[in-house]
Design a protein around this ligand. Structure first.
Ligand SMILES: Cc1cc2nc3c(=O)[nH]c(=O)nc-3n(C[C@H](O)[C@H](O)[C@H](O)COP(=O)(O)OP(=O)(O)OC[C@H]3O[C@@H](n4cnc5c(N)ncnc54)[C@H](O)[C@@H]3O)c2cc1C
Length: 402
């Protein structure tokens, strides 16, 4: 059975120390001030040598045949990433969202689909976090129907393209140096918009016609800036089309779906961090808070909540461990499996965080104890990377082979 090794535990300890020394002192600025997360995240990357590891991974990727199908991470990398995710999510899940989108989704897409020149130009800096990345598919009028309902267009213009449209709620959108962006090829031949090909482009901040909004106000995950991206006649050369071919293998729709799998499995690890921390806080509080002459942990209605938190923790931990075990064996989850993981884990994290608030009573609602923040932060796990309902659709479709 999979379990954390001594080495893993040492990594977790080291990350915890980093969190205490470098993140907690600026947590309020990250959550309520205007401190963007990238300084802290770069510090994290450099402290643990993750930028160097990423550089080596990119070099290995470039040394390989460009057409070879690939996974970029070794099993050891995956376990370390999961550990880091869990530890960071105890204190600020938004940091993981920003980091995951930049080094996971944006860098991952360029490394998977890019030509060597594109990997040299954008992939390396994204992977090392020297450049902040965004990954933009959602639009105001598409949302869950992200691929079918996409309205952003790419029109051919000589050898290049002209892009028009709007992307919404894009993590890192306000600050991204590089944006991996999906658009529909408008060939002007009357093909129904739903049927048009989806192309993936890489855009740099400052391109003429490209506008990045300021961060939007939202319920939680304040340490992860979210914003809109507007495209007005943005002219791009063919070198910005990922894979430099409209029919690159694994491009467009396939690329977006692959990314959903990675994202959804990652959300389960985020949920585990939130669950473990909320449970830790709730157990400690219930053991110390004395009412009617005894700790509230002695009351069965409180015990029920603590026990249900434990059931959730065990279940989500098993899901994460099973994922790590299978990753080590080179097995990637199917979309339905990743969706099932995400659906369960996200709901469990929200329930546990909400129960933690209840166990702490008024203190649960007050910011000092952090469970209110974790509860607000957890909520979006049921929305981004596909809503709960979209996970249900993916799972059910697989069952009925629709
Ligand atoms: C903080 C945050 C960060 C984000 N970061 C990114 C990012 O970096 N990049 C990016 O591209 N996107 C990002 N998103 C967008 C996110 O992926 C979408 O919000 C999500 O996919 C849902 O789309 P929607 O919000 O438009 O909801 P809608 O699709 O409008 O859905 C509204 C409701 O209808 C339900 N619904 C829709 N269709 C069906 C159906 N067929 N059956 C049953 N119920 C249905 C939904 O489940 C939901 O409950 C982010 C969102 C947030 C809030």
């Amino acid at each position: 059975m999979y379990d954390w090794s001594d080495e893993h535990r040492a990594i977790a300890q080291a990350v915890r120390r980093f969190v205490d020394e470098r993140i907690r002192p600026v947590l309020d600025d990250l959550e309520h001030g205007n401190l963007p997360p990238y300084g802290v995240l770069r510090d994290f990357y450099r402290t643990f040598g993750l930028d160097e590891l990423a550089r080596e991974r990119v070099a290995r990727r470039l040394a390989r045949d460009a057409d070879e199908p690939r996974t970029e991470s070794s099993p050891g990398d995956v376990a370390a990433q999961v550990l880091a995710t869990i530890e960071l999510c105890r204190v600020s899940p938004g940091l993981v969202t920003s980091l995951g989108v930049s080094t996971g989704l944006a860098a991952g897409t360029v490394l998977r689909l890019g030509t060597p020149a594109q990997i040299e130009r954008w992939g390396r800096d994204l992977a090392t976090l020297d450049a902040v990345g965004a990954w933009a598919i959602t639009e105001p009028d598409s949302g869950s129907d992200a691929l079918g309902g996409m309205r952003t267009t790419a029109r051919r213009d000589g050898t290049g393209y002209v892009l028009n449209g709007q992307k919404t709620w894009i993590t890192n959108g306000p600050f991204a140096d590089v944006i991996v962006l999906y658009a529909k090829l408008d060939e002007g031949d009357g093909t129904e918009p739903r049927e048009r090909r989806v192309l993936t482009f890489v855009l740099d901040r400052g391109l003429e016609g490209l506008e990045q909004s300021v961060p939007q106000r939202k319920m939680g995950q304040h340490s992860s800036p979210t914003g809109d991206v507007f495209l007005r006649d943005v002219r791009v050369g063919p070198e910005r089309l990922l894979g430099e071919s409209e029919s690159a293998p694994g491009g467009g729709r396939v690329s977006a779906r692959d990314t959903f799998v990675t994202e959804r499995a990652g959300v389960a690890a985020m949920a585990l961090g939130i669950i473990e921390e909320c449970q830790r806080i709730a157990v400690a509080y219930a053991s110390e808070r004395v009412l009617w002459g005894q700790p509230i942990a002695r009351y069965q209605l409180v015990q029920l909540k603590l026990a249900q938190m434990e059931v959730a923790r065990i279940n989500v931990r098993h899901l994460v461990f099973a994922h790590l075990e299978r990753s080590a064996a080179g097995v990637t989850p199917s979309l339905a499996e990743a969706s099932a993981m995400k659906l369960y884990a996200a709901q469990a994290a929200c329930q546990v965080a909400d129960d933690a608030i209840q166990v702490l009573g008024g203190n649960g609602y007050i910011a000092d104890y952090r469970v209110e923040q974790l509860s607000r932060d957890a909520r979006v796990l049921r929305i981004y990377a596909g809503t709960d309902e979209m996970q249900v659709v993916a799972i059910a479709r697989d069952l009925i082979r629709d």
